[in-house]
Each structure stands twice: as C-alpha cells, then as structure tokens.
Design a binder for this molecule. Structure first.
Ligand code: BES
Ligand code: MN
Ligand code: MN
Length: 474
C-alpha cells in the first residue's frame, strides 16, 4: 500500500496537468457569456469525481448553475465527511493587469513559491483547493485507505451568493447527512506557519442609486442650483464612517460581540508583521477602526466598503455635465451574531433617511449571509489539528478570517454539523485580483493533509462512541 506521500510523489505531475485543464475553462458565474463554460466545468468535475472513485455522481440541476454531487459510502456505521467547494470563479477583469492570460494557466516561480505556482483565475479560489479533495479521494480509494464515508457537493454559484445552494440544501437534507463538513476555500498564515480558519465574516451586499434631475444637465446653466447626485452620493457615503472610522448606521453594532481580553491576547499571538503587511501592499500606513489592531479590524470587526461607484462622464477629455444619476455598490462584512437581513434593513432605512429632499434614493439589496465561528474543543478540530501536525510537523494556529462563505452558517443550521475550514492558500495568492495563483507546494500539501484528516476524524469518532458506550455500561 502506497503512503500518501509516495502516491503524491509518483502522480504529482499528472495532478498539476489535470488542474491546468480545469483552470482553462472560464467558469465565470457572474457573467452569462460564460454560461456554456460554467456548465462544461460542472461536467469536468462530475467526470473527475467518477474517476476518483465516487459512486452515484450526479449533476443536480437548479434554477441556476448545477450542483455536482458524488459519494463513496463504504459502511453506514462509519462517519461521513461532506466536502464542499465551488467550481465557479470570479470575473478576470481588469484583464490588462494580468501578466499572462487568466485562462491560459502557466507555472512561474515566485519568492513565496520557490517550487512554482500556477497562475490562472480560480487557481486558488477555489478550483485548485477543491481539486485537492478529489485527488485526495483518488489516493484513498485506489490505495484502499478510505477510512470512512465521503460525500462531495461542489457548486457553481459561490461567487454570486450561492442562492440556489440555499435552495438545494434544505430540500436534500437526507442525501446530505454527514458528521462533519470539510472545506478548502480559505487561507493559512504562511507555508511555515499553518493555520486553520475558525471563523468567517457575514456579508450584506447592496446597490444604491441616487437620482437628481430627470435628465443630464449643462453644469454651467444648472450647476449650483440643483443637487448633483454624484456630489450627494459622495457626501452620503462619507458620512457612513465617523472620525474614529466607526460605522454611523444606528444599531449597526448592537449585536456585535466584543472579544474578551484573553481572546484578544490569544489572537495577538499569531505571527504578524505590520511592516511586511504595509510593504506587501505598498502603503505608508494602515487605516481602520480606532482601538483595534489590523488583525482585529480584518476579522472580528464589521466593516462597510464601497466596491464600485459610477455616474456622469468618464470618457476621454472633459464634458461639462450634471448627471441625472449616480450609483454605488456597497458591502458590509459582518461578524457572527449580526443578522445580515437586519443589517441590510438598517442600512436601507439609514441611507434613505440621510438623503436630502433634492434627490431620490433607492437601495437594492443583493445577497448576503451570516458569519460563522467554530469551536476548537471538538473532535473535528482535533482531527484537523493532528492532520496538520502530521503533514507540516507543526501545530496549526486557529485563526478567524475576514472573508465570507455565507453558505457555511446555513449548513450548520440545516444539516446540524460543524464545518472545518482547511485552507491552503496565502493572502498573497491574489484571489479575486489579477495574477491569481496557487503554490504547487500548497496544492500537494493539501492533498497530503486531507487523508490524515479522514483518518484521525474516523479514529476520534470511534473513540467517542466507545467511550460513550463505556459510560453507558458503568
Ligand atoms: N473563498 C472565498 C472566501 C474566503 C477567501 C474566505 C479567503 C476566507 C479566506 C469565497 O470564494 C469568496 O470570495 N466569498 C465572497 C463572498 C461571496 C458571497 C461572493 C467574499 O468573501 O467576498
Ligand atoms: Mn472561494
Ligand atoms: Mn471567491
């Protein structure tokens, strides 16, 4: 029987080649011009699952893009791991900022990835990380080392809010029953500082539209006498933060849980260099809520950010105009306990209230989701921690992330199981940005770590059952 390490050594070139094929398909869920490619990717995943040894592989239709399901049930009495991931990717633009075409993957060495990294949209988020699970399964089935049952659920709409997955999960509770959910769609601190993500922020995403006069106007003839929607929108947005960079929406912080001093001290132990952070981003200073550190600001505190703003004339040269309309897309990152629907409501009411009479305002909610925190005193966390110890030779640090995977809170609510977030990406991998990449070392390390998790989780679950039985017999 091959060990996972030797199996990887023998097959790593093929693993990378297969991932490259997957990355060539532009599965951009946000842009309907890529519809056929998104569907083609679902087919690719279903074929990969079959080849890796999954049974009952299905492309489950939804009102949107399909969910690919597959399973390997070896014994109903053994625990079941449910793997979730997504095969859709973010749009590649701005395309001119890529050093190589986003859907023509290439391998390049970087300072952080001396063994090479694959550059392509989706390399890290999430095709590369999701594919690690399929290859880990391939190893376990072909070598006879699958210790428990496994189910795969890979969706194609994560980057656009997982609307149809929220529809699918409550309707397929029986099919999806599991003992733990395993996801690789986050990151870790550094290749020599492994970490396990123990929290995700929630999200509320809205779009606002400000309407002034009923048509674009000459800015000389009307300027100064009618509200300019762009000026007004800028003022309204600016007023959403106070001088301490706190959000001014009444009630916004009501449910926010303050961490205890001990919890904050534990957080501060994670290795972090503010100097390197600033250097990596080429900024002279950081910016954020007064009274909190950078790591607190980007994980345990809620935020409000404009993601896009537009209106008026943006073409070449100058045009003197007061536009009729101005728009912005705004996201709020939320922390566990903040209800995203309530926050969306609070935003809407506040934004409508602060608009002057001279303009009309419309707030259109997009999507959102709840934040998540996972305890570390569970057997699933212990299993994950032991798996990293085995593959990295170091105990991983538990760390809350600032990103969001809104569906995770829904999993817990509907399927009543905890999620383990085993991310192998790095912040510098540029997910959602031009030149996204994923280290080949990280890709292979993930494939190595995953089967250890299955093994330890199965062992610890059995111990738990045996111990409980002992208690029962006493
Ligand atoms: N994989 C990311 C989320 C992530 C990345 C979490 C790194 C933690 C660390 C996911 O694909 C993503 O981009 N989520 C979106 C939200 C979604 C509703 C579009 C996000 O966080 O912006
Ligand atoms: Mn992702
Ligand atoms: Mn993403």
């Amino acid at each position: 029987m091959d060990s996972v390490k030797s199996y990887i050594e023998k097959n790593k070139n093929r693993f990378v080649e297969e991932l490259i094929e997957l990355l060539k398909i532009p599965s951009v869920s946000a842009d309907s011009t890529y519809k056929n490619d998104v569907l083609k990717t679902a087919k690719f995943i279903s074929e990969s699952l079959k080849k890796a040894g999954c049974d009952n592989v299905e492309i489950c239709e939804t009102p949107g893009y399909p969910i690919v399901y597959g399973e390997k049930i070896i014994d109903k009495n053994l625990p079941t791991v449910l793997v979730y991931g997504h095969y859709d990717v973010q749009p590649a633009d701005p395309i001119n900022l890529w050093d190589s075409p986003p859907f023509e993957p290439i391998i390049k060495k970087t300072e952080i990835h001396p063994d090479g990294a694959i550059f392509a949209r989706g390399a890290c988020d999430d095709k590369g990380q999701m594919y690690m699970h399929i290859k880990a399964l391939e190893y376990m089935t072909t070598s006879g080392n699958l210790p428990c049952n496994v189910k795969f659920m890979i969706e194609g709409e994560e980057e656009v809010g997982s609307k149809n997955l929220s529809w699918f999960v409550p309707r397929n509770k029986e099919k999806l029953t599991n003992d733990v959910i395993l996801i690789s769609d986050t990151g870790m601190i550094a290749n020599d500082i492994p970490s396990i993500t123990t929290g995700l922020r929630g999200l509320s995403y809205v779009e606002v539209e400000i309407t002034g006069p009923n048509r674009d106007l000459h800015s000389g003839l009307y300027g100064g006498a009618v509200a300019n929607p762009i000026n007004i929108l800028a003022q309204m947005i600016a007023s959403l933060h106070d001088e301490n960079n706190q959000i001014t929406i009444p009630g916004f912080y009501d449910a926010v849980e303050e961490l205890t001093k001990t919890e904050k001290e534990a957080m501060a132990k994670a290795p972090f260099s503010l100097e390197n952070y600033k250097k990596a981003l080429d900024i002279k200073d950081v910016h954020g809520e007064k009274g909190y550190t950078t790591n607190e600001r980007n994980s345990i505190r809620p935020t409000l950010d404009v993601n896009g703003i537009w209106g008026g004339y943006t073409g070449e040269g100058a045009k003197t105009v007061i536009a009729s309309k101005a728009y912005a897309k705004i996201s709020m990152r939320l922390v566990p306990n903040q209800n995203w629907k309530k926050i969306t409501e609070l935003f809407k009411n506040h934004f409508e209230t602060i608009a002057p009479k001279s303009v009309k305002v419309e707030v259109k909610p997009h999507h959102g989701g709840q934040g998540y925190v996972t305890p570390i005193d569970t057997i699933e966390y212990q299993a994950a921690s032991k798996a990293y110890e085995k593959s990295f030779g170091k105990t991983p640090i538990p760390q809350r992330s600032g990103g969001s995977i809104p569906i995770v809170a829904l999993f817990e609510q509907e399927l009543k199981s905890k999620t383990i977030l085993m991310g192998f990406g790095l912040d510098s991998d540029a997910i959602h940005s031009p030149n996204e990449h994923f280290g080949i070392w990280n890709f292979l390390k993930g494939i190595e770590t995953i089967p250890y998790f299955y093994q330890y989780f199965t062992e610890l679950s059995k111990n738990l059952i045996n111990n409980n039985n002992d208690d029962f017999l006493e």
